[in-house]
Design a protein around this ligand. Structure first.
Ligand SMILES: C[S@@+](CC[C@H](N)C(=O)[O-])C[C@H]1O[C@@H](n2cnc3c(N)ncnc32)[C@H](O)[C@@H]1O
Length: 234
């Protein structure tokens, strides 16, 4: 049995030392697309906010030869400490890491915001509040990159096998992952993710699916499917 790390306000977060890690894994094509886009398009002195930065996966892969600053944000103190270490090892003197959530802070303006593999573990209301906060925080014409679990993922089949899948709703993945507590997860079709982001004033530029190793050590051999989405503030 595994327990999740306890976050502020009693909420559960997926990042816990020794159980979860992304930094040493290969860069997936959508993440490479974001890094390449930002590196060639964000002007000097601009800011990219990495919401739910975990162990600094993005900052450790973005390279130090870039003109823009990466601000890592995560509610987990352990994650923020890991991000600071990643910045020291791979980042630049401009980068930073801060403990908190986008909805609770004034972090803008940002030229781009990433919320990579985070929205599926948020309750609907919290996800909407985060997308609205992303729209407030990013400059006009700025970019928003999102990745969330796809409804083609193996966990959907596992939930269906247990007769517990609730499409379009937050599911409890606890029984599938062998956890002794609830693990909220919402799976997205392309239309659902696009609509959820577009209703906050973004224009959808691209939407697709990608596969990545599971972040959890004990599930490392399993692949998860995610939807990625690239949107622009209009
Ligand atoms: C699956 S990890 C994503 C890691 C990273 N973005 C990546 O894909 O490489 C999810 C992270 O989101 C964080 N998180 C949970 N709730 C959050 C919220 N409301 N706002 C921002 N981050 C949150 C967790 O602490 C965890 O570090």
């Amino acid at each position: 049995m595994t327990t999740l790390a306890q976050g502020p306000n009693g909420s559960k977060y997926v990042f816990a030392p020794g159980t979860y890690g992304l930094r040493d894994r290969p860069v997936t094509p959508p993440l490479r697309m974001i890094i390449d886009f930002c590196t060639s398009n964000l002007p000097e002195g601009s800011q990219y906010i990495d919401v739910g930065a975990a162990d600094g996966h993005l900052v450790s892969k973005a390279g130090s030869l870039r003109p823009f600053r990466i601000l890592c944000v995560d509610p987990s103190r352990t994650a923020v400490e890991a991000c600071r270490e990643a910045i020291k090892l791979y980042g630049t003197a401009m980068d930073g890491a801060i403990q908190g959530v986008l909805t609770g802070m004034q972090l803008g303006p940002a030229d781009a915001i990433g919320m990579w593999r985070v929205p599926h573990s948020l309750r609907d209301k919290v996800r909407h509040a985060n997308f609205a906060a992303a729209h407030r925080t990013v400059v006009k014409g700025g970019h928003f990159f999102v990745a969330a679990k796809s409804n083609n993922d193996w966990e959907v089949d596992a939930l269906k096998g247990l007769g517990k899948y609730k499409p379009g709703k937050v599911n409890d993945l606890g029984p599938v992952l062998g956890l002794d507590e609830e693990f909220p997860c919402r799976f997205f079709s392309e239309e659902e993710l696009s609509q959820s982001v577009a209703e906050h004033g973004f224009k959808i530029l691209r939407c697709g699916e990608f596969e990545d190793e599971n972040g959890w050590e004990r599930l490392r051999s399993r692949y998860n499917k995610y939807r990625y989405l690239w949107a622009q503030k209009i």
